[in-house]
Write a protein that binds this ligand. Structure first.
Ligand code: S3P
Length: 188
Protein backbone atom coordinates (compact mmCIF):
# COMPACT_ATOMS: atom_id res chain seq x y z
CA UNK A 1 0.00 0.00 0.00
CA UNK A 2 1.21 3.48 -0.84
CA UNK A 3 0.63 5.96 1.96
CA UNK A 4 -0.26 9.47 0.84
CA UNK A 5 1.34 11.02 3.88
CA UNK A 6 2.95 8.70 6.39
CA UNK A 7 4.22 11.40 8.71
CA UNK A 8 3.00 14.75 9.99
CA UNK A 9 3.34 17.36 7.23
CA UNK A 10 4.71 14.70 4.88
CA UNK A 11 8.08 14.77 6.61
CA UNK A 12 10.66 12.09 5.99
CA UNK A 13 11.12 9.21 8.42
CA UNK A 14 14.55 8.89 9.95
CA UNK A 15 15.65 5.80 11.83
CA UNK A 16 18.16 6.40 14.61
CA UNK A 17 19.52 4.04 17.22
CA UNK A 18 22.44 2.03 18.38
CA UNK A 19 24.38 -0.46 16.26
CA UNK A 20 22.29 -3.63 16.24
CA UNK A 21 18.95 -1.87 16.55
CA UNK A 22 17.93 -3.14 13.11
CA UNK A 23 17.76 0.21 11.29
CA UNK A 24 18.68 -1.21 7.87
CA UNK A 25 16.36 -4.20 7.94
CA UNK A 26 13.46 -2.25 9.43
CA UNK A 27 14.08 0.49 6.84
CA UNK A 28 13.73 -2.13 4.10
CA UNK A 29 10.41 -3.30 5.59
CA UNK A 30 9.18 0.29 5.77
CA UNK A 31 10.10 0.85 2.15
CA UNK A 32 8.21 -2.27 1.16
CA UNK A 33 5.13 -1.21 3.08
CA UNK A 34 5.04 2.47 2.10
CA UNK A 35 6.63 2.61 -1.35
CA UNK A 36 8.76 5.54 -0.17
CA UNK A 37 12.34 6.01 -1.34
CA UNK A 38 15.17 5.07 1.00
CA UNK A 39 18.54 6.61 1.76
CA UNK A 40 21.24 5.22 4.01
CA UNK A 41 23.92 7.60 5.27
CA UNK A 42 26.41 4.73 5.80
CA UNK A 43 25.94 3.65 2.19
CA UNK A 44 26.36 7.22 0.94
CA UNK A 45 29.61 7.61 2.90
CA UNK A 46 30.94 4.20 1.82
CA UNK A 47 30.27 4.99 -1.81
CA UNK A 48 31.90 8.42 -1.47
CA UNK A 49 35.12 6.82 -0.19
CA UNK A 50 34.73 3.79 -2.45
CA UNK A 51 35.38 1.42 0.45
CA UNK A 52 33.50 -0.25 3.32
CA UNK A 53 33.13 1.57 6.64
CA UNK A 54 35.76 -0.42 8.58
CA UNK A 55 38.32 0.55 5.93
CA UNK A 56 37.27 4.21 6.09
CA UNK A 57 37.90 4.17 9.86
CA UNK A 58 41.22 2.35 9.41
CA UNK A 59 42.58 4.47 6.57
CA UNK A 60 41.05 7.89 7.20
CA UNK A 61 39.98 7.83 10.85
CA UNK A 62 36.68 8.42 12.61
CA UNK A 63 36.83 12.21 12.19
CA UNK A 64 36.82 11.98 8.40
CA UNK A 65 33.99 9.47 8.60
CA UNK A 66 31.94 11.84 10.78
CA UNK A 67 32.57 14.75 8.42
CA UNK A 68 31.41 12.69 5.45
CA UNK A 69 28.38 11.53 7.44
CA UNK A 70 27.34 15.15 8.08
CA UNK A 71 27.98 16.01 4.45
CA UNK A 72 25.76 13.10 3.40
CA UNK A 73 22.98 14.40 5.64
CA UNK A 74 23.27 17.90 4.24
CA UNK A 75 22.71 16.44 0.81
CA UNK A 76 19.77 14.24 1.71
CA UNK A 77 17.58 17.28 2.31
CA UNK A 78 14.79 16.35 0.02
CA UNK A 79 11.36 17.62 -0.96
CA UNK A 80 10.19 14.03 -1.29
CA UNK A 81 9.12 12.09 1.77
CA UNK A 82 11.91 9.54 2.23
CA UNK A 83 13.05 6.89 4.69
CA UNK A 84 16.49 7.84 5.99
CA UNK A 85 18.63 5.21 7.69
CA UNK A 86 21.46 6.59 9.79
CA UNK A 87 24.58 5.23 11.46
CA UNK A 88 24.42 4.85 15.23
CA UNK A 89 26.64 7.89 15.80
CA UNK A 90 24.52 10.37 13.85
CA UNK A 91 23.31 11.96 17.10
CA UNK A 92 26.84 12.94 18.14
CA UNK A 93 26.91 16.16 16.11
CA UNK A 94 24.61 19.08 16.77
CA UNK A 95 24.40 19.93 13.08
CA UNK A 96 23.16 16.43 12.25
CA UNK A 97 20.49 16.66 14.91
CA UNK A 98 19.31 20.02 13.60
CA UNK A 99 19.08 18.77 10.02
CA UNK A 100 17.15 15.69 11.08
CA UNK A 101 14.75 17.55 13.36
CA UNK A 102 13.96 20.07 10.64
CA UNK A 103 12.90 17.57 8.03
CA UNK A 104 11.99 14.25 9.56
CA UNK A 105 9.91 12.42 12.09
CA UNK A 106 12.58 10.75 14.16
CA UNK A 107 12.14 7.11 15.10
CA UNK A 108 14.43 5.65 17.74
CA UNK A 109 14.91 1.91 17.50
CA UNK A 110 15.91 0.83 20.97
CA UNK A 111 16.26 -2.53 22.66
CA UNK A 112 17.74 -4.19 25.67
CA UNK A 113 21.50 -3.99 25.84
CA UNK A 114 22.21 -7.71 25.54
CA UNK A 115 20.04 -8.08 22.46
CA UNK A 116 21.54 -5.02 20.78
CA UNK A 117 25.07 -6.21 21.53
CA UNK A 118 24.37 -9.74 20.29
CA UNK A 119 23.04 -8.34 17.01
CA UNK A 120 25.80 -5.74 16.63
CA UNK A 121 28.58 -8.26 17.15
CA UNK A 122 27.17 -10.85 14.75
CA UNK A 123 29.18 -9.30 11.93
CA UNK A 124 32.71 -8.01 12.34
CA UNK A 125 31.87 -4.75 10.58
CA UNK A 126 31.66 -2.32 13.47
CA UNK A 127 34.99 -0.52 13.79
CA UNK A 128 34.03 0.99 17.15
CA UNK A 129 33.75 -2.52 18.60
CA UNK A 130 37.23 -3.62 17.56
CA UNK A 131 38.52 -3.23 21.11
CA UNK A 132 39.93 -5.56 23.77
CA UNK A 133 36.55 -5.72 25.47
CA UNK A 134 33.83 -5.05 22.91
CA UNK A 135 31.05 -5.79 25.39
CA UNK A 136 32.29 -3.08 27.77
CA UNK A 137 32.87 -0.65 24.90
CA UNK A 138 29.34 -1.25 23.68
CA UNK A 139 27.95 -0.59 27.12
CA UNK A 140 29.84 2.67 27.42
CA UNK A 141 28.79 3.90 23.99
CA UNK A 142 25.17 2.95 24.62
CA UNK A 143 25.17 4.67 28.01
CA UNK A 144 26.50 7.86 26.46
CA UNK A 145 24.09 7.80 23.53
CA UNK A 146 20.78 6.77 25.03
CA UNK A 147 20.08 10.29 26.33
CA UNK A 148 20.92 11.69 22.89
CA UNK A 149 18.51 9.35 21.12
CA UNK A 150 15.85 10.05 23.75
CA UNK A 151 16.30 13.77 23.29
CA UNK A 152 15.82 13.74 19.53
CA UNK A 153 13.18 11.03 19.09
CA UNK A 154 9.52 11.63 18.27
CA UNK A 155 8.84 7.91 18.53
CA UNK A 156 10.60 5.05 20.35
CA UNK A 157 10.14 1.40 19.55
CA UNK A 158 11.66 -1.37 21.67
CA UNK A 159 12.85 -3.88 19.07
CA UNK A 160 14.09 -6.53 21.54
CA UNK A 161 11.30 -9.04 21.07
CA UNK A 162 9.86 -7.91 17.75
CA UNK A 163 10.59 -9.03 14.21
CA UNK A 164 11.64 -6.39 11.69
CA UNK A 165 8.15 -6.53 10.17
CA UNK A 166 6.55 -6.05 13.57
CA UNK A 167 8.79 -3.06 14.23
CA UNK A 168 7.81 -1.53 10.88
CA UNK A 169 4.11 -2.03 11.67
CA UNK A 170 4.57 -0.46 15.11
CA UNK A 171 6.32 2.55 13.59
CA UNK A 172 3.59 3.14 11.02
CA UNK A 173 0.89 2.85 13.69
CA UNK A 174 2.68 5.37 15.89
CA UNK A 175 3.20 7.74 12.96
CA UNK A 176 -0.50 7.54 12.13
CA UNK A 177 -1.35 8.48 15.69
CA UNK A 178 0.83 11.57 15.25
CA UNK A 179 -0.91 12.29 11.97
CA UNK A 180 -4.67 11.81 12.25
CA UNK A 181 -5.52 12.86 8.70
CA UNK A 182 -8.79 11.73 7.15
CA UNK A 183 -7.10 10.40 4.01
CA UNK A 184 -4.66 8.26 6.01
CA UNK A 185 -5.29 4.50 5.53
CA UNK A 186 -6.42 3.88 9.08
CA UNK A 187 -6.78 7.26 10.80
CA UNK A 188 -6.61 7.67 14.56
C1 S3P B 1 28.59 3.73 14.02
C2 S3P B 1 27.61 2.88 13.56
C3 S3P B 1 27.67 2.27 12.22
C4 S3P B 1 28.53 3.11 11.28
C5 S3P B 1 29.88 3.35 11.90
C6 S3P B 1 29.76 4.13 13.22
C7 S3P B 1 28.44 4.29 15.38
O1 S3P B 1 26.37 2.14 11.66
O2 S3P B 1 27.91 4.33 10.99
O3 S3P B 1 30.49 2.11 12.11
O4 S3P B 1 29.12 5.28 15.70
O5 S3P B 1 27.60 3.77 16.14
P1 S3P B 1 25.26 1.12 12.29
O6 S3P B 1 24.56 1.84 13.39
O7 S3P B 1 24.37 0.85 11.13
O8 S3P B 1 26.00 -0.08 12.76
Amino acid sequence: MRYSSVTPAGKSIVLVGMMGAGKSSVGACLRQRTGLGLLDTDEIVASKFGMPIPEIFAEHGEKKFREAETEALRRVRTEEQTIIITGGGIVLRKENVEILKSQAAIVWLDGDEETLFARASRKQNRPLLQTKNPRKTFSQILGARRPLYANIANIRVDTSVLTDEEVAVAILAKLRRMNPKPESPRPG
